[in-house]
Design a protein around this ligand. Structure first.
Ligand SMILES: [Zn+2]
Length: 284
Protein backbone atom coordinates (compact mmCIF):
# COMPACT_ATOMS: atom_id res chain seq x y z
CA UNK A 1 0.00 0.00 0.00
CA UNK A 2 1.54 3.30 -1.10
CA UNK A 3 0.29 6.87 -0.69
CA UNK A 4 1.25 10.29 -1.97
CA UNK A 5 -0.41 12.98 0.14
CA UNK A 6 -0.84 16.49 -1.23
CA UNK A 7 -0.62 19.06 1.53
CA UNK A 8 -1.58 22.51 0.34
CA UNK A 9 -3.08 25.69 1.69
CA UNK A 10 -6.37 26.66 0.02
CA UNK A 11 -5.86 28.37 -3.36
CA UNK A 12 -2.39 26.90 -3.86
CA UNK A 13 -3.63 24.76 -6.79
CA UNK A 14 -3.50 21.54 -4.80
CA UNK A 15 -6.60 20.14 -6.54
CA UNK A 16 -5.27 20.96 -10.00
CA UNK A 17 -1.92 19.40 -9.08
CA UNK A 18 -3.82 16.29 -8.00
CA UNK A 19 -5.82 16.16 -11.23
CA UNK A 20 -2.74 16.66 -13.44
CA UNK A 21 -0.59 14.11 -11.61
CA UNK A 22 -3.58 11.79 -11.14
CA UNK A 23 -3.64 11.13 -14.89
CA UNK A 24 -0.53 9.00 -14.52
CA UNK A 25 -1.42 5.33 -15.12
CA UNK A 26 0.34 4.58 -11.81
CA UNK A 27 -1.79 6.93 -9.71
CA UNK A 28 -5.40 7.22 -8.55
CA UNK A 29 -6.29 10.72 -7.33
CA UNK A 30 -9.10 10.58 -4.78
CA UNK A 31 -9.48 14.26 -3.86
CA UNK A 32 -9.48 15.50 -0.27
CA UNK A 33 -9.90 12.82 2.36
CA UNK A 34 -12.20 15.11 4.36
CA UNK A 35 -14.81 15.21 1.56
CA UNK A 36 -15.58 11.50 1.75
CA UNK A 37 -16.33 11.71 5.49
CA UNK A 38 -18.70 14.68 5.34
CA UNK A 39 -22.20 13.65 6.52
CA UNK A 40 -23.81 14.44 3.14
CA UNK A 41 -20.99 13.10 0.93
CA UNK A 42 -23.17 10.57 -0.90
CA UNK A 43 -25.47 13.35 -2.13
CA UNK A 44 -22.62 15.09 -3.95
CA UNK A 45 -21.74 14.66 -7.63
CA UNK A 46 -18.52 13.00 -8.79
CA UNK A 47 -16.43 14.30 -11.71
CA UNK A 48 -17.61 11.24 -13.69
CA UNK A 49 -21.05 12.93 -13.79
CA UNK A 50 -22.79 10.47 -11.46
CA UNK A 51 -24.01 10.98 -7.91
CA UNK A 52 -21.34 9.75 -5.45
CA UNK A 53 -23.72 7.00 -4.31
CA UNK A 54 -24.02 5.79 -7.96
CA UNK A 55 -20.39 6.35 -9.06
CA UNK A 56 -18.79 2.94 -9.68
CA UNK A 57 -15.60 3.89 -7.80
CA UNK A 58 -17.05 5.62 -4.73
CA UNK A 59 -20.09 3.36 -4.34
CA UNK A 60 -17.76 0.36 -4.10
CA UNK A 61 -15.47 2.13 -1.60
CA UNK A 62 -18.47 3.17 0.46
CA UNK A 63 -20.06 -0.32 0.54
CA UNK A 64 -16.83 -2.08 1.43
CA UNK A 65 -16.07 0.41 4.20
CA UNK A 66 -19.60 0.22 5.64
CA UNK A 67 -19.32 -3.58 5.74
CA UNK A 68 -15.93 -3.48 7.41
CA UNK A 69 -16.34 -0.78 10.07
CA UNK A 70 -20.12 -0.26 10.35
CA UNK A 71 -22.50 1.91 8.28
CA UNK A 72 -22.46 4.80 10.80
CA UNK A 73 -18.76 5.55 10.18
CA UNK A 74 -19.49 9.12 8.98
CA UNK A 75 -21.12 10.23 12.21
CA UNK A 76 -18.26 8.64 14.19
CA UNK A 77 -15.78 10.82 12.27
CA UNK A 78 -17.42 14.18 12.96
CA UNK A 79 -15.44 14.97 16.13
CA UNK A 80 -12.25 14.50 14.21
CA UNK A 81 -13.27 17.01 11.58
CA UNK A 82 -14.31 19.59 14.17
CA UNK A 83 -11.03 19.08 16.01
CA UNK A 84 -8.89 19.30 12.91
CA UNK A 85 -9.61 22.97 12.43
CA UNK A 86 -7.08 23.33 15.21
CA UNK A 87 -4.24 21.45 13.53
CA UNK A 88 -1.54 23.86 14.74
CA UNK A 89 -2.62 23.40 18.35
CA UNK A 90 -2.20 19.62 18.14
CA UNK A 91 1.27 20.16 16.81
CA UNK A 92 1.95 22.03 20.04
CA UNK A 93 0.99 18.90 22.02
CA UNK A 94 -2.70 19.17 22.84
CA UNK A 95 -4.70 15.96 22.94
CA UNK A 96 -4.99 14.57 19.41
CA UNK A 97 -8.56 14.23 18.04
CA UNK A 98 -8.18 10.90 16.18
CA UNK A 99 -8.89 8.08 18.67
CA UNK A 100 -8.60 4.30 18.10
CA UNK A 101 -11.96 4.07 16.35
CA UNK A 102 -11.05 6.92 14.00
CA UNK A 103 -7.67 5.34 13.26
CA UNK A 104 -9.40 2.03 12.49
CA UNK A 105 -11.84 3.72 10.07
CA UNK A 106 -9.06 5.60 8.26
CA UNK A 107 -6.88 2.53 7.97
CA UNK A 108 -9.77 0.57 6.45
CA UNK A 109 -10.58 3.52 4.15
CA UNK A 110 -7.07 3.69 2.68
CA UNK A 111 -6.75 -0.08 2.33
CA UNK A 112 -10.06 -0.20 0.46
CA UNK A 113 -9.11 2.77 -1.75
CA UNK A 114 -5.90 1.03 -2.62
CA UNK A 115 -7.63 -2.25 -3.38
CA UNK A 116 -10.43 -0.68 -5.49
CA UNK A 117 -8.01 1.59 -7.41
CA UNK A 118 -5.62 -1.16 -8.53
CA UNK A 119 -2.82 1.40 -9.13
CA UNK A 120 0.67 1.67 -7.67
CA UNK A 121 -0.17 4.83 -5.69
CA UNK A 122 -3.16 6.49 -4.08
CA UNK A 123 -2.93 10.28 -4.35
CA UNK A 124 -5.00 12.03 -1.69
CA UNK A 125 -5.12 15.56 -0.31
CA UNK A 126 -5.53 17.38 3.00
CA UNK A 127 -4.89 20.79 4.53
CA UNK A 128 -4.15 19.29 7.93
CA UNK A 129 -0.43 18.79 8.01
CA UNK A 130 0.23 17.54 11.49
CA UNK A 131 -2.79 15.25 11.57
CA UNK A 132 -1.72 13.81 8.26
CA UNK A 133 1.77 12.96 9.43
CA UNK A 134 0.63 11.39 12.67
CA UNK A 135 -2.25 9.33 11.33
CA UNK A 136 -0.87 8.31 7.94
CA UNK A 137 2.57 7.27 9.10
CA UNK A 138 0.84 5.04 11.58
CA UNK A 139 -1.19 3.44 8.78
CA UNK A 140 1.34 3.32 5.95
CA UNK A 141 4.72 3.35 7.62
CA UNK A 142 6.93 6.18 6.44
CA UNK A 143 8.62 4.07 3.73
CA UNK A 144 5.43 3.97 1.62
CA UNK A 145 4.45 7.58 2.11
CA UNK A 146 5.42 10.67 0.13
CA UNK A 147 4.25 14.26 0.58
CA UNK A 148 3.71 16.88 -2.08
CA UNK A 149 3.51 20.36 -0.61
CA UNK A 150 1.79 22.89 -2.86
CA UNK A 151 2.60 26.54 -2.17
CA UNK A 152 1.93 29.78 -3.99
CA UNK A 153 3.61 33.19 -3.68
CA UNK A 154 2.02 35.13 -0.80
CA UNK A 155 0.59 37.92 -2.99
CA UNK A 156 -1.31 35.56 -5.29
CA UNK A 157 -2.40 33.37 -2.40
CA UNK A 158 -3.62 36.34 -0.34
CA UNK A 159 -5.57 37.86 -3.25
CA UNK A 160 -7.23 34.52 -3.86
CA UNK A 161 -8.34 34.23 -0.21
CA UNK A 162 -9.65 37.81 -0.23
CA UNK A 163 -11.64 37.07 -3.40
CA UNK A 164 -13.34 34.27 -1.46
CA UNK A 165 -14.35 36.72 1.27
CA UNK A 166 -11.86 35.63 3.96
CA UNK A 167 -10.65 38.60 6.05
CA UNK A 168 -7.16 40.01 5.49
CA UNK A 169 -5.83 39.07 8.94
CA UNK A 170 -7.29 35.59 8.86
CA UNK A 171 -5.79 34.95 5.40
CA UNK A 172 -2.42 36.17 6.65
CA UNK A 173 -2.58 33.81 9.62
CA UNK A 174 -3.72 30.76 7.63
CA UNK A 175 -1.10 31.10 4.88
CA UNK A 176 1.74 31.99 7.28
CA UNK A 177 0.94 29.04 9.52
CA UNK A 178 0.89 26.73 6.51
CA UNK A 179 4.31 27.88 5.25
CA UNK A 180 5.90 27.15 8.61
CA UNK A 181 3.98 23.98 9.51
CA UNK A 182 4.60 22.29 6.17
CA UNK A 183 8.35 22.63 6.61
CA UNK A 184 8.45 21.73 10.31
CA UNK A 185 6.05 18.80 10.31
CA UNK A 186 7.02 16.93 7.14
CA UNK A 187 10.27 14.91 7.00
CA UNK A 188 12.68 16.21 4.36
CA UNK A 189 13.41 12.90 2.61
CA UNK A 190 9.77 12.35 1.61
CA UNK A 191 8.88 15.98 0.82
CA UNK A 192 8.34 17.32 -2.71
CA UNK A 193 7.65 21.05 -3.00
CA UNK A 194 5.39 22.11 -5.86
CA UNK A 195 5.56 25.88 -6.24
CA UNK A 196 2.70 27.26 -8.32
CA UNK A 197 4.99 29.84 -9.97
CA UNK A 198 7.38 27.09 -11.03
CA UNK A 199 4.93 25.06 -13.04
CA UNK A 200 2.18 27.36 -14.24
CA UNK A 201 4.03 28.39 -17.43
CA UNK A 202 5.27 24.94 -18.35
CA UNK A 203 3.18 22.20 -16.71
CA UNK A 204 4.35 19.53 -19.16
CA UNK A 205 8.02 19.84 -18.28
CA UNK A 206 7.35 20.29 -14.58
CA UNK A 207 5.06 17.30 -14.14
CA UNK A 208 7.29 15.08 -16.29
CA UNK A 209 10.20 15.83 -13.97
CA UNK A 210 8.06 15.39 -10.86
CA UNK A 211 6.83 12.00 -12.13
CA UNK A 212 10.43 10.87 -12.53
CA UNK A 213 11.27 12.00 -9.00
CA UNK A 214 8.23 10.19 -7.62
CA UNK A 215 9.06 7.10 -9.68
CA UNK A 216 5.70 6.94 -11.47
CA UNK A 217 4.80 6.83 -15.18
CA UNK A 218 4.18 10.23 -16.77
CA UNK A 219 0.64 11.63 -16.69
CA UNK A 220 -1.25 11.42 -19.99
CA UNK A 221 -3.03 14.57 -21.14
CA UNK A 222 -4.41 16.08 -24.32
CA UNK A 223 -2.82 19.51 -24.58
CA UNK A 224 -3.75 22.56 -26.65
CA UNK A 225 -1.62 25.69 -26.69
CA UNK A 226 -3.50 28.93 -27.36
CA UNK A 227 -2.44 32.58 -26.85
CA UNK A 228 -0.84 32.65 -23.41
CA UNK A 229 -2.86 29.71 -22.18
CA UNK A 230 -2.39 25.96 -22.00
CA UNK A 231 -5.51 23.79 -21.99
CA UNK A 232 -5.01 20.36 -20.47
CA UNK A 233 -7.46 17.49 -20.51
CA UNK A 234 -6.54 14.35 -18.53
CA UNK A 235 -6.90 11.23 -20.68
CA UNK A 236 -8.04 9.19 -17.69
CA UNK A 237 -11.39 9.38 -15.87
CA UNK A 238 -10.80 10.92 -12.44
CA UNK A 239 -13.31 10.37 -9.63
CA UNK A 240 -13.36 13.27 -7.19
CA UNK A 241 -16.17 15.32 -5.75
CA UNK A 242 -17.25 18.27 -3.52
CA UNK A 243 -17.94 21.91 -4.14
CA UNK A 244 -14.89 23.36 -5.90
CA UNK A 245 -15.46 24.62 -9.48
CA UNK A 246 -12.24 23.08 -10.76
CA UNK A 247 -13.48 19.56 -10.07
CA UNK A 248 -16.40 19.97 -12.49
CA UNK A 249 -14.24 20.80 -15.52
CA UNK A 250 -12.84 18.13 -17.82
CA UNK A 251 -10.45 20.59 -19.45
CA UNK A 252 -8.18 22.87 -17.42
CA UNK A 253 -7.02 26.15 -18.90
CA UNK A 254 -3.80 27.28 -17.30
CA UNK A 255 -2.67 30.87 -17.33
CA UNK A 256 -0.36 32.91 -15.15
CA UNK A 257 -2.47 34.75 -12.57
CA UNK A 258 -1.33 38.34 -12.15
CA UNK A 259 -4.68 39.77 -11.02
CA UNK A 260 -3.26 40.33 -7.51
CA UNK A 261 -1.10 43.17 -8.88
CA UNK A 262 -4.19 45.33 -9.32
CA UNK A 263 -6.43 43.72 -6.71
CA UNK A 264 -4.30 44.31 -3.61
CA UNK A 265 -4.00 47.82 -2.14
CA UNK A 266 -0.57 49.39 -1.53
CA UNK A 267 -1.00 48.96 2.20
CA UNK A 268 -1.94 45.29 1.81
CA UNK A 269 1.11 44.72 -0.44
CA UNK A 270 3.33 46.43 2.12
CA UNK A 271 2.01 44.27 4.97
CA UNK A 272 2.42 41.09 2.91
CA UNK A 273 5.98 41.99 1.85
CA UNK A 274 7.07 42.59 5.44
CA UNK A 275 5.38 39.53 7.00
CA UNK A 276 4.60 36.61 4.65
CA UNK A 277 7.15 37.24 1.92
CA UNK A 278 10.28 36.84 4.11
CA UNK A 279 8.91 33.58 5.56
CA UNK A 280 8.10 32.31 2.07
CA UNK A 281 11.54 33.27 0.77
CA UNK A 282 13.37 31.56 3.60
CA UNK A 283 11.33 28.37 3.47
CA UNK A 284 10.66 27.96 -0.23
ZN1 LIG B 1 -17.17 8.91 -10.20
Amino acid sequence: MRLIMILGHAHSSSTLTGILLGSSPDVTFTGEEYDFFRENALEDYCTCGKKVSDCPFWAEVNDLLAKQVGADFRSRMQDLHKGLNRDTIYFLNKKFPCDEDCMKILEAYYKILYQVSGTKYILSGTKKIYYSRKVLENIFGSHALKYIITVRNPFGAMASYLRRGVSFLQSLRIIGTFYVMAKLAVPKNVRYIVKYENWINNPVEFFSNLSKELNIQQPQWKIEYENNTIAIQPVKQIHIFAGNKIRKKDKHVIQEDTRWKTELSSLQKLIISTTLLPVYKILY
